[in-house]
Design a binder for this molecule. Structure first.
Ligand code: LLP
Length: 425
């Protein structure tokens, strides 16, 4: 997790900066991102996958500094909208190292991808084949991949399982949809099919489903070679690598994943007499999740029947994950040393919904009171990137910490921002 160091009097430092200083200087709620931790995680991937491309999945969290960090650490980038794409390219990311995903790419997405020259477009449905070919024009050629659904069920919650045919992404291996699309793509001179892609789900803690998926993808590659006489040079196995959110939970073992994927790939290709394609992985959560800490101020404490509610100055608009996926976190009191015994409390947000819960039934000091600061570790992924404008509470600031200094990456949303967008009086 973020390079935290306990301080005297119940304090906590991240990236060498006390969180209490950040709350004072930048106000709360704030998302603190440890640059060293992000870079360290990129290096862990580069070391574990020396023969693969590692693409950071921008949907987990995107800012221009983040783009620069992952670029400097030798990663590629996975984007899924013109917005993510343009932010990345204007921050200096080389477009040829970007892959565009999406089950419903808009005309704007495709226009931006072709104008900026993305490295690969991942085809997700049959209707895209002709659309992309037409957009490329008679003289151009665009590298594409095909997203295949390998029929493997994996992922931390039903809403983030994408490996089987009962969800919206990709083309089915089981019903022949993928094979059919591939034949059509190969007939389009404007499209160069470089390989296959699959992404079976997110927050996966076991290596096994990846191995099953990989075996099926290699099987499909062998059939493509047999039917069309071509060996596709690339295989992208997507992301989904699980992380630990609370003490005692365990993350997916990346070294084991890398080693066993490699062995399975080399063995499978040898058996099918296929040239070994270049492997790619697309982690998002595992790069940025553990590098983030959310910082809230307690606004109210209420005893209601058996329950204790600790209400903070953020909530489901900056972290919808508990409401969406039943995600669990381990908030902790920081900034003062409490001698009170623990009590079981539910940390709630400030939004107008009973479901606005950040952490149900967690242990906090019995004297937790308004004015206290709460830190929520492992808050870097899919929180701010899924933040909403609900109740016009405003999106929190993002503060980067590195070697003892702090700076704002993304400023807090203000009343002026709300007024500026609302132009229709
Ligand atoms: N590649 C593709 C094509 C994806 O769709 C995703 C995530 C990734 C890579 C990165 O997956 P990761 O390594 O971050 O698990 N909002 C949910 C997670 C949704 C993931 C969507 N796709 C959550 O908060 O748990």
């Amino acid at each position: 997790p973020a390079s935290t160091a306990p301080l005297p009097h119940g304090g906590l430092a991240v990236g060498g900066v006390p969180l209490t200083d950040i709350a004072e200087r930048f106000d709360t709620p704030a998302y603190v991102l440890d640059e060293g931790e992000v870079r360290g995680r990129c290096r862990t991937y580069r070391d574990a996958f020396p023969e693969a491309d590692v693409l950071y999945a921008a949907k987990a969290f995107l800012s221009r500094a983040m783009v620069r960090w992952v670029q400097e650490e030798g990663m590629g980038l996975d984007v899924c909208s013109a917005g993510e794409l343009e932010l990345a390219v204007t921050a200096g990311f080389p477009p040829e190292r970007i892959v565009l995903h999406g089950n419903a790419k808009s005309p704007r997405d495709l226009e931006a991808a072709l104008r900026l020259g993305v490295g690969r477009i991942v085809i997700d449905s049959p209707s895209e084949i002709a659309r992309i070919a037409v957009a490329v024009g008679p003289h151009g050629r665009q590298k594409v991949m095909v997203r295949v659904v390998p029929g493997v069920s994996a992922g931390g919650h039903d809403k983030i399982r994408t490996g089987t045919d009962d969800q919206k992404f990709g083309l089915s291996l089981t019903d022949g949809g993928a094979q059919h699309a591939i034949t059509r793509i190969l007939g389009q001179p404007q499209l160069e099919l470089t390989g296959l892609h699959c992404h079976i789900g997110s927050q996966i803690s076991d290596v096994k489903p990846y191995l099953v998926a990989l075996r099926r993808m290699v099987g499909l590659m062998a059939r493509i070679r047999h039917a069309h006489g071509i060996a596709l040079p690339e295989l992208d196995m997507g992301g989904g690598h699980g992380i630990a959110y609370r003490p005692g939970e365990s993350a997916l073992d990346l070294t084991a994943l890398a080693r066993r994927l490699r062995a399975e790939l080399v063995g499978g290709c040898a058996a099918a007499r296929l040239a070994v394609p270049r492997l790619a992985v697309e982690p998002g959560r595992a790069i940025v999740g553990p590098a983030g800490v959310a910082l809230y101020r307690v606004l109210a404490v209420k005893h209601s029947g058996e329950k204790v509610f600790v209400a903070v100055d953020g909530g489901m608009s900056d972290n919808p994950r508990p409401a969406l996926y039943g995600a669990r976190y381990a908030p902790r009191l920081i900034g003062r040393h409490s001698t009170a015994g623990p009590c079981t409390a539910t940390v709630v947000g400030r939004h107008c919904e009973a479901g606005d819960i950040l952490a149900a039934d967690v242990e906090l000091p019995g004297d937790t009171r308004p004015g206290d600061l709460l830190a929520v570790p492992v808050a870097g992924a899919y929180q701010l990137s899924m933040a909403s404008g609900y109740n016009l509470v405003g999106r929190p600031a993002v503060v980067a910490v590195h070697e003892g200094t702090a700076r704002v990456l993304v400023r807090r949303e203000t009343l002026e921002d709300f007024r500026n967008r609302d132009i229709g009086i």
